[in-house]
Ligand binder design. Sequence first.
Ligand code: SAH
Ligand code: SF4
Ligand code: F3S
Length: 453
Amino acid sequence: MTQLPDLPALGLETYLIRTFGCQMNKHDSERIAGMLESLGMLPTSEVEQADVMVFMTCCVREAADERLYGQVASYKNVPSPHGRRIIAVGGCIGQRDGMGLTERLGNIDVVFGTHNIAHLPSLLAQAARDEVPAVEVLDEADGFSTELPGIREHAWHAWVPITYGCDNFCTYCIVPYVRGREKSRPFEDIRSELITLAEQGVHEVTLLGQNVNSYGRDLYGKPRFADVLRMAGETPIERIRFATSHPKDLLDETIQAMAEVPSVMPQLHLPVQSGSDVILKRMNRNYTAARYLDRVRRLREYVPDIALSTDIIVGFPGETEQDFQDTLALCREARYHQAFTFIYSKRGGTPAARMPQNATHEEIQSRLDRLVELVQESAWQLNQQEKGSVVEILVEGASRKDPTMLAGRTPKNQVVHAKVPEGCAPESLAGTFRKVAVDTARTWYLSGSLVEG
Ligand code: SAH
Ligand code: SF4
Ligand code: F3S
């Protein structure tokens, strides 16, 4: 790592991080918080109080892009506590646009990318001293961000990257261009991090990667994700989750490990993107709808009660009504607990950006509406099965909907709201396991009351 600057001495005493996009950015934001605090800076949640604002950005869809421009512009005239505020933009837009960002947005002081978050402190110092933008974007990673000190959002949960980058080049997707080639962390590094996290009181980890199923291919010549799950199962961490799984690489040995390791939760996010073989081919996904459904059957054979979630894109260039009907049919068969549904968004530089769009905006919107309705129906129906049961939840804190209730998640990752006993603050139970008797099941959550003891 480069030499560490004395940021408070440069008038940079407080920081605020805004994070967009996926869990990888959340993880990196926790590392940035850790680094800045180890250098003597303090967190603040008030823009007016922040000497440094860091934006961890996402460009996976156009809407995410635009959000950044609006936000950065809106902070231009907010006064700062020590006269000058440093605005730093990192993450995927930083990586993609580099210097171009400072030209597009006048008030940016630092641009960094996805491969060099460890350099942020020195870039901040440089910008504070020189009063000209400090821009650094690297083509390849300078170490794994996981090796930096971190401050976790929750004491009981940790994000643990096991791979960085992506080699799949789905034709719509910008991620491989902004996160670089797939790189696995050494197996022993993951093990020692998990053991340390368990000692620190972490109860749940989410193993991260754009395609965790191919973990190890670059290091060991073959995927070793099933080994990672078994190893994680030997640590005292009670709940193991992971994201994301590419269906083409979901091996039987992984499904078997999911079934055999008790701490691997009965839940899987398995993005399908489309149910049409023609579209899947054009997306370069490397599986057919039949192969995907075969994986779903195998999962249910080994983990009968598994909760599946997915990502789906509608309006991919060339998608016809029949292709979309194939997607609906697949969803009916797969029975999702949850689906993240997106309208295709053209990303410059990707192969799909050159494919002609045939459907109108209205047609695409109608597809999205019909898809959302179908998914809501299956989510609602699946949740009804929990009514009358007792579920174990890991408490996250107060419910956002009703702060007098607590919120937590079941092994299947369903959100649960529960009444707490009189005089008990929901936050005081965060990070503990509780049992809830479920009396109500809605589309996106369950609710009930705590079971004593
Ligand atoms: N690596 C993960 C997903 C990363 S991006 C995976 O392969 O599953 C998260 C989701 O955003 C994708 O699954 C996809 O559904 C969606 N997405 C990616 N690029 C998109 C685009 N150009 N337009 C619309 N949705 C997109
Ligand atoms: Fe994007 Fe495909 Fe890689 Fe996922 S697997 S990050 S969708 S290119
Ligand atoms: Fe977005 Fe980058 Fe993640 S583009 S989805 S933040 S990898």
